[in-house]
Design a protein around this ligand. Structure first.
Ligand code: ARG
Ligand code: ASP
Length: 699
């Protein structure tokens, strides 16, 4: 292993920056260029097997779940898998005290028990196509950006119209490499998607936020849905007459398992990466944005955790909120640490010095970096104000509720509008958090970036804490009783209350300030920055003709490939790439919420009734691979060299969290739940083994 690393490092020094080992999120339609490398790693199929417009290919079994996860079809009757954390919202929406599917799991025992999910869609990619020439038709090099943008927009609309004419397809034209290239994506979107199965959270979310972004991991992070279509197999709104969708393709499942070094491929929809940004962007993230955001979230989490520990009802009410706050909070910390460890900032600066030297005699590129630098300097205060607006002001639950409730306050059913909100609300948490985050705001954001109303109100009250106490005392939106009283009052009372409510006044002050003073300029500067990135990117490709570039993730379908591999997180420690049910039992602890497993799992472990899922007296649970993934890859199929499903992607390790900026071939690993654990849970925990009958298993 060491030798390989040295070799790679040597290559790195010699050749500038080649696309390293398993770095890269490749475009399926262009995968031919990677096939040789993939084959060398153990891939046994062809480019046409991955992506084809002439016959069914693996791409036809991959779907975009909602607007941010991936799923994979595993039967010819529209059954598909994604992560538990991707299905979480929908599982929760069917849950109540009587039917707590989040806690107990959900298993449809026949088709009629499958639960519809209004609003949930899944999309399949029909085809993609390089439309750069058409998108840039009439666009000149010297054209001002605004003119270019509207030209590209009009061209794209034309491309989309032609691509979808006479079909029920939807399409989008997406920029790649900051608009140096454009691709058309044609999708088929299904609207009747039903919940089939979800494990208990103690399995689907096992390890909770304690284990999140970490290895060793033992999470059964999956849920199962089914797509329904009309009688002609076309997308349709929910109807009881709809029938299971017959997909173009579904994955064959392999239960043979993988060994360290075996090929793996992730086929999914990575959301966003920033591989090519300049040092100034890293500098902002590491030295300003991340620390500020982390600090505010630390304060909020401490408050939430303390209150949640005091009272089980609060623990449940804030479970999802806590997870949401905690997920990015933890990621940013790993990211900052990883960027520091890799020295990304210094490496980028050194590289930019090379670029500057190279560009010195090239008028097209000469000014790109200085201009970018100036724009980033101009952007910084706006970005900072925006970070605080989002992390501080928007973290206040009551003001968000007040704004929504105010909109419907004159409606006849206004009284009920608070029920959902207050069901999962702790005023104590909200008040303490508000004091914490607004305190940070006042301390760190210059007065010129602070709404005057807010500053004056704080002054008048004699400090942030007193102001916040008064805010919660005086607002009509801070308790369910006060809210119901207002909602049932006469119109004149309501109107007067809306005029003077301090929560609404605060919301108004922040939103107006943000919309007039921050957002517009923030967006304009970013547009200018992206324009320069288009040039910078073009320059990079010219300067490094031998380097293989892959486009940043943009929630379009990509292929990442690599191998099953352990790694060394720190000196003297090596992580094996496989975890098993024995590790679940090592963590099991009824007193620790994140590690309290269902009794059924304990019993199975004691009696070793693993059935056909027994592997050497245990059950495989999760494994690691070197695939380059990011948010949005959650739920992605993980395939072996024959294109068979061996697991579901759901996370990255702690040492990988900076990979959206820089991928580290030595330490970056994605985390996968082994398909055999998924099947074991369906079969032995859910007693829903009948679902396996419609799946196809490799011989
Ligand atoms: N870290 C994973 C991802 O970014 C999983 C998050 C869900 N789990 C949690 N404990 N918050 O989405
Ligand atoms: N957990 C992430 C997701 O939900 C995946 C990742 O960031 O690695 O998409």
């Amino acid at each position: 292993m060491k030798k390989i690393v040295l070799l790679i490092l040597a290559l790195f020094c010699l050749k500038g920056v080649p696309a390293l080992a398993d770095e890269g999120m490749w475009v399926p339609a262009l995968i031919q260029s990677r096939i040789k490398d993939m084959k060398a790693k153990g891939f046994k199929l062809t480019a046409e097997d991955i992506y084809s417009i002439n016959r069914s290919s693996l791409k036809d079994a991959v779907l975009l779940f909602g607007s941010g996860c991936t799923g994979e079809v595993i039967s010819d009757e529209g059954l598909f898998l994604t992560n538990h954390h991707c299905g979480y919202y929908f599982i929760g929406s069917h849950s109540s005290v009587e039917h707590d599917y989040l806690t107990n799991g959900f298993w449809a025992m026949n088709r009629s028990e499958e639960l519809p999910n209004p609003g949930l869609t899944v999309s399949f990619l029909i085809r993609m196509e390089d439309v750069t020439d058409r998108a840039l038709k009439g666009v000149g090099d010297e054209m001002p950006q605004a003119e270019r943008d509207s030209m590209v927009k009009a061209n794209a609309a034309d491309v989309i119209a032609k691509a979808t004419a006479g079909t029920h397809y939807e399409a989008a034209v997406e920029p790649f490499y900051y608009g140096n290239q454009y691709f058309l994506f044609v999708y088929e979107k299904f609207r009747d998607v039903r919940l089939v199965a979800a494990p208990p959270s103690a399995i689907g979310k096992f390890g909770g936020d304690t284990d999140n972004w970490m290895w060793p991991r033992h999470t059964g992070d999956f849920s199962m849905f089914r797509i329904y279509a009309d009688k002609n197999n076309n997308p349709a709104d929910y109807s009881k007459d709809n029938v299971p969708y017959r997909p173009r393709r579904s994955f064959t499942i392999s239960t043979a398992g993988l060994k360290e070094g075996d090929f793996t491929m992730v086929y999914g929809n990575p959301g966003r990466t920033m591989q090519y940004v300049v040092s100034d962007a890293i500098d902002y993230a590491v030295n300003r944005g991340n620390p500020a955001k982390i600090k505010m979230r630390t304060m909020r989490l401490e408050i939430m955790n303390a209150e949640q520990a005091k009272d089980p009802a609060t623990r449940i009410a804030y479970a999802a909120k806590n997870a949401r706050v905690s997920n990015q909070w933890k990621k940013w910390q790993g990211e900052s640490k990883g960027l520091a460890r890799l020295g990304t900032l210094d490496k980028k600066r050194a590289f930019e010095a090379q670029f500057t030297a190279w560009a010195a005699d090239k008028p097209l590129y000469r000014d790109v970096l200085p201009k970018l630098r100036a724009l980033y300097a101009e952007l910084a205060p706006y970005a900072f104000a925006r970070d605080y607006y989002q992390e501080a002001y928007q973290a206040i639950e009551m003001t968000q509720f007040a704004q929504n409730a105010a909109k419907g306050i004159f409606k006849p059913d206004a009284e009920k509008a608070g029920d959902g909100f207050f069901k999962n609300y702790s005023q104590t948490i909200d008040r303490l958090s508000t004091q914490a985050v607004l305190g940070e705001y006042v301390k760190n954001v210059p007065a010129e970036w602070t709404p005057a109303y807010f500053l004056e109100a704080v002054q008048k009250a004699g400090g942030v804490d007193r102001y916040v106490d008064e805010l919660f005392e005086q607002s009509n939106f801070s308790t369910i009783e006060k809210y119901k009283a207002l909602a049932s009052a006469d119109s004149a009372t309501k109107a007067a209350a809306l005029q003077n409510d301090p929560a609404l006044l605060l919301a108004e002050a922040f939103n107006t300030f943000y919309n007039t003073k921050v957002d517009g300029t923030y967006k304009r500067l970013n547009t200018e920055i992206n324009t320069l990135y288009r040039l910078y990117m073009k320059g990079l490709m010219e300067m490094q003709p031998d380097r293989t570039f892959f486009p940043d993730a943009n929630l379009t379908l990509r292929v990442a490939y690599g191998t099953v591999e352990g790694y060394s997180p720190v000196d003297a420690v090596y992580y094996e790439p496989f975890s098993t049910i024995d590790g679940i039992m090592e963590k099991d602890n009824p007193d620790i919420y994140d590690y309290n497993i269902p009794q059924r799992l304990r019993d199975l472990y004691r009696t070793k009734e693993y059935g056909r899922w027994n592997v050497d007296g245990s059950v495989p649970v999760c494994f690691l691979a070197t695939n380059h993934t990011t948010g949005g890859n959650s739920g992605s199929p993980v395939l072996n060299g024959r294109g068979q499903l061996v697991g579901i992607n759901f996370d990255r390790t702690w040492e990988s969290t900076m990979s959206d900026y820089e991928f580290d071939v030595v330490k970056c690993r994605n985390i996968i739940v082994d398909i055999r654990y998924v099947l074991f849970v369906i079969d032995r925990i859910g007693n829903a083994g009948y679902l396996l009958d419609e799946m196809r298993f490799a011989k």
